[in-house]
Design a binder for this molecule. Structure first.
Ligand code: ADP
Ligand code: 5GP
Length: 194
């Protein structure tokens, strides 16, 4: 089983996934590869593997990605070997992907993947969160608000919708989804009792 989380920038995906990773021990973050520059507070190999354009091209040529996409002017991709390693270790890889990557992995993995779309409570709150985060200029916030309407139009392909109003309540819903998904017949290679 794999877990996909998408939603517009500022909806609270990072906050939500961080809290989930702290409390669900079999869930492991899938570290993507990106051409974006490393930000203060980030560490190579923790949030991302940071590479330059030539290295990203080499990875594409080597067929190293499950999916990759252009997001906010940089490239981001999910590495096949990372997913295989986590699945081999019995972990649930948590993929935090943009909606293009999200749609690709929904098509690739089918029922193996549980997809969750995180909604902000309203457009006003989304803008407040983007401003409150204090990381983006007015211009960037404007672009993200415009992109958010486009991103939300991809939501209908996802299995679950979670409104990230109150973080604790959103996490309770996520944990309930994981519990139910683990019980599904298709997650069992054999019957518990014959
Ligand atoms: P994303 O990863 O989707 O871009 P972030 O996790 O960076 O979003 O969250 C954007 C801002 O909103 C951050 O300042 C974060 O602290 C805040 N935030 C996230 N979830 C909530 C919530 N449930 N209630 C209030 N503020 C939140
Ligand atoms: P940021 O640079 O702010 O960390 O992330 C920007 C966006 O890239 C987020 O929407 C995040 O979900 C998306 N993203 C991160 N890794 C990947 C990836 O491997 N593939 C795709 N398609 N999107 C990704």
């Amino acid at each position: 089983m794999l877990l996909l989380i998408s939603g517009p920038s500022g909806a609270g995906k990072s906050t939500f996934t961080q809290a989930l990773l702290e409390s669900a021990e079999d869930v492991e973050f899938s570290v993507s590869t990106t051409t974006r520059k490393i930000r203060g507070g980030e560490e190579e190999g923790v949030q991302y593997n940071f590479v330059d354009d030539a290295e990203f091209d080499d990875l594409i040529a080597a067929d190293a990605f499950v999916e990759y996409a252009d997001v906010h002017k940089f490239r981001y991709g999910t590495r096949k070997e990372h997913i295989a390693k986590m699945v081999g270790a019995g972990k649930i890889p948590l993929l935090d992907l943009d909606v293009q990557g999200g749609h690709n992995v929904i098509d690739i993995y089918g029922d193996e993947l549980v997809s969750v779309f995180i909604y902000p409570p309203s457009w006003e709150v989304l803008e407040q969160r983007l401003r409150g985060r204090g990381t983006d200029s007015d211009e960037v916030i404007q672009t993200r608000m415009e992109n958010a309407r486009w991103e939300i139009s991809f939501a209908e392909k996802y299995d679950y919708f979670i409104l990230n109003d109150d973080l604790d309540k959103a996490l309770v819903k996520m944990k309930a989804i994981l519990i139910a998904e683990r019980c599904r017949r298709i997650r069992h290679s054999e019957f518990p009792l014959k």
